[in-house]
Ligand binder design. Structure first.
Ligand SMILES: C[S@@+](CC[C@H](N)C(=O)[O-])C[C@H]1O[C@@H](n2cnc3c(N)ncnc32)[C@H](O)[C@@H]1O
Length: 288
């Protein structure tokens, strides 16, 4: 069964996507970015199933799914760290945090930072139990949030409304936006931009997989797109044909300054795994 969302589907159940968090959670662990507590049996199984596919993609296209996962995760960490260290950000909300260890790492490293992890209720409950087991302080906690909800206790508005409006704030998402058709996620971005305007500075960080149709590995991208869609029983659309189109889109959605980062620019500095040809993922830092 495949599922297609429209902008009006604000109560659509997208929990089928949550399985992908088990896979990425295992990838972060496998590459030394996380701890065993964040690993699930489903994550191990998905990794075992995809290992031969990844090997094939690496041979054919010079990069596999994990190459871009690791690039996006580490560049996002870098962009977030810059905001904390150089711009005084003190509040962070992670959307669709899944089994990511970022909240743990960042809140350990910066004791003055409040870090709220959010996800759909099922995944949020799982993460909350994990954080309790790890005895996290109250400033590192979990709240349920469905990005499609326009209002109510699980809306973006409610999560951001619970924060201190005097503190510089970042909202971050990873591995989320390509699960939604562009008009659907743009409606979310517009709401988010409006909410972020209420803070002294409001910044949104996200990864995004663009539709680079002239990329030498485009047919492998289309294959990976089908694979992700198969596992999550839905679509995984690519967004925007160029960096300039990304910038223009975020401008129309209410962000006043948008940077588009190519992981290739960070290969040396962050010691990232490299793709043989041009990279396929972009990291966006959009300010209101
Ligand atoms: C690929 S995982 C990414 C997890 C984590 N950010 C990472 O990179 O490891 C996608 C996440 O999106 C969450 N998700 C799906 N639909 C959502 C929605 N409508 N609102 C918020 N989160 C959602 C899933 O539960 C899942 O944790």
């Amino acid at each position: 069964m495949t599922t297609s969302l429209s902008v009006a589907d604000t109560s659509a159940d997208t929990s089928r996507i949550s399985i992908s968090a088990h896979y990425t959670g295992y990838v972060w662990y496998k590459h030394g970015l996380s701890a065993s507590a964040f690993v699930t049996p489903m994550g191990r199984l998905a990794n075992a199933l995809l290992t031969p596919v990844n090997a094939l993609l690496k041979g054919l296209a010079g990069a596999h799914i994990d190459t871009f996962l690791l690039q996006r995760h580490q560049v996002l960490d870098h962009l977030l760290t810059e905001l904390i260290e150089q711009e005084g950000v003190e509040q962070i909300v992670e959307l669709a945090a899944g089994l990511s260890p970022r909240g743990y790492r960042i809140s350990e490293r910066y004791p003055h930072v409040t870090y709220i992890e959010t996800d759909l209720p099922g995944m949020a409950a799982r993460k909350a139990a994990l954080l309790q087991q790890l005895q996290r302080p109250d400033r590192h906690r979990v709240q349920a949030c469905n990005i499609l909800q326009q209002d109510g206790p699980e809306s973006l508005q409610a999560v951001l409304g619970s924060l201190d409006k005097q503190r510089k704030t970042v909202v971050i998402s990873e591995g989320l936006v390509n699960y939604f058709p562009l008009p659907v996620i743009r409606e979310v971005w517009s709401r988010l931009a409006r909410e972020l305007h209420e803070f002294p500075t409001g910044t949104y960080l996200t990864d995004l997989y663009p539709d680079f149709a002239d990329h030498p590995s485009y047919r492998y991208v289309k294959f990976a797109q089908k694979l992700v869609g198969f596992f999550t029983r839905g679509e995984w659309p690519l967004h925007y044909p160029s960096d300039a189109a990304i910038q223009a889109g975020f401008g129309q959605d209410g962000f006043s300054k948008t940077e588009v980062h190519d992981p290739a620019a960070y290969y040396e500095r962050l010691n990232l795994p490299r793709a043989r040809s041009a990279t396929l993922v972009r990291l966006i830092r959009a300010r209101t």
